[in-house]
Design a protein around this ligand. Structure first.
Ligand SMILES: CC(C)(COP(=O)(O)OP(=O)(O)OC[C@H]1O[C@@H](n2cnc3c(N)ncnc32)[C@H](O)[C@@H]1OP(=O)(O)O)[C@@H](O)C(=O)NCCC(=O)NCCS
Length: 179
């Protein structure tokens, strides 16, 4: 599968979900974006992409806490040749449910199925851990994320009014993970 060519003059990159090592080492070969488990060394890249992606980004402190938290997991999209990350997805397990806490892709790499691959990786990890359902909330005006989640099979469970700090409503969504 090919990611969209981005605006830097580089060739289109191939997306490949690498077998999970859980060690977070850079295993990206030339020309490929690899989805892998994030590690502490990814902090600066995750913070950079978070700042590029949200009007009210998570502060560094929250990102660090999330990366250190025992219940938190994070998938990372590794660019080729040690060039950093193109995206990430924080998720965690809550009993037999899992929750998507944060997902972002660097703007120049969007519409290349990186978020789809990150989500599939997280769901796959959850499935392997016996998770049966995945939950998330998304801003009611976030058309890109709503489109992504619906394409991945998430359905609407309800709405939480004025849920976010800026007053935006949250759409609550879920999908089955097992089977
Ligand atoms: C939402 C986001 C993660 C999507 O990342 P991405 O890598 O571009 O997503 P994908 O390429 O995997 O997109 C898969 C599908 O999602 C939908 N989608 C993605 N971006 C879209 C957009 N801008 N407008 C409409 N639909 C969109 C489409 O159905 C797309 O499939 P298609 O390209 O075949 O039409 C990215 O736009 C982003 O980082 N946004 C800022 C942070 C954010 O809002 N995170 C979500 C928090 S809940």
């Amino acid at each position: 599968m090919q990611a969209r060519e981005h605006g830097t003059g580089l060739n289109a990159v191939n997306l490949r979900v690498f077998a999970r090592s859980g060690k977070g080492v850079d295993m990206a070969a030339d020309g490929e974006i690899v989805i892998r488990t994030a590690c502490r060394a990814d902090f600066a890249e995750i913070a950079r992409i978070e700042r590029l992606s949200r009007p009210a980004p998570w502060p560094d402190r929250i990102i660090r806490q999330s990366m250190d938290g025992a219940s938190c997991r994070c998938a990372a999209a590794q660019k080729p040749a040690g060039a950093g990350l193109a995206g990430f997805c924080f998720y965690r397990y809550l009993g037999t449910d899992m929750e998507i806490d944060d997902l972002a892709v660097e703007p120049a790499f969007r519409r290349g199925k990186i978020a789809t691959r990150l989500m599939e990786y997280a769901l796959d990890c959850g499935r392997g851990a016996g998770i049966v359902r995945c939950l998330l909330d998304v801003g009611a005006t976030n058309g890109a994320a709503l489109g992504l989640y619906r394409k991945l099979g998430f359905t609407d469970d309800g709405i939480r009014r004025n849920y976010y700090a800026d007053g935006e409503h949250a759409i609550l969504m879920s999908r089955n993970v097992s089977g």
